[in-house]
Design a protein. Sequence first.
Length: 163
Amino acid sequence: MDKKTIYINYQVYHNKEEMPADLQKVVDAARKSSLNAYAPYSSFRVGAAVLLSNDIVFCGNNQENASYPEGLCAERVTLFAAMANYPQESIKAIAICGNPIHFQLPHPLSPCGACRQVMVEYENKFHHPIQVVMCTMSGECIVVESAKDLLPLQFSSNDLNGK
């Protein structure tokens, strides 16, 4: 047996003003986008925004459905829509902001496993890391330099062809 350990590095920004300007822009867009989320069942709004390689910021938010499995997270709504509209542009960064209606999040919101897998898929497609910015509505943000930091043992196309 071998025992191995995985470490990740991340930055904690106490407010968005500490961040580089391009990340501030994507955080502002994610926060604003959370206000348009369709979350009548959970009252848990989430906004996301991606910064593309052409410097366009593309936004999305969670979309719920009375048949719960048929809704979709803000991250995947945003990533899929951005890639449908700009298929040749790589993703530089994604910001995710939780904005529940009935309480304030005490810490930045982390993406679910399915969303992490989709982020890694686009990193692999473009051979370029995606900075992941997890933030609250007004304060702290956590930044990792690659989605692979959040999903170090990801499933990839190599697993499909025996590489």
